[in-house]
Design a binder for this molecule. Sequence first.
Ligand code: APR
Length: 209
Amino acid sequence: MNTLTRLDLGEGARIFFQAGDITQQSTDAIVNAANSSLMGGGGVDGAIHRAGGPAILEECRKIVARDGHLPPGEAVQTTGGRLPAAFVIHTVGPIWRDGMQGESGILANSYRNSMRLADRLGLHSVALPAISTGVYGYPAQAAAAVAVATVIDELGTARRVHEARFVLYSPEMLSIFLQAAKDEQRRRNASHWSFQTLAPNAIDPLTNT
Ligand code: APR
């Protein structure tokens, strides 16, 4: 079922949860689950480079030539090329080993640094995938808990970014992220947060109103 859920956190901050293809999003930026070479790959990385065209790879090449490989947990931006989003924020998630190698801290850094970069760029809305849950093998429930908690924290301190949109590739991943958000509400005793289920096209993707 292709539902769209909106979580209002108060003070204008909100998170949307939906299944879909992140390359179609018209948020100000979309986040890419890249690798340190920034030279593209499979999964969401491949989809973004295919849909966005060669301009993105060209900018990535320049970044790597100037600064070297992107360490896990860090984030850099390029333009969106032919994508509806103006920017792509490339971050590198952790490769899952056994959960004892700092994976959760690196994953939190990926979300945190992506959100902070978007804020520094003066952007209002950011779409995010389930970083590290594909090729990098991070267990989905554990990844969702880190993703949701970190993005909520960042929305609480951001100056300009007030909307995050988790765009998950399958209905199963969507329900795992929604459950993580409900668990987080319980953990924080945040009874003022409100969840609303909307029809998928109830929100204008251009204005998000
Ligand atoms: N839109 C949204 N989500 C997508 C899309 C898409 N178009 N395509 C794939 N996904 C989902 C996957 O189903 C998974 O849940 O993105 C999540 C992350 O999976 P990967 O893309 O495999 O990313 P990750 O696990 O972080 O591995 C990164 O994969 O492609 C390479 O270059 C990339 O080496 C890097 C590695």
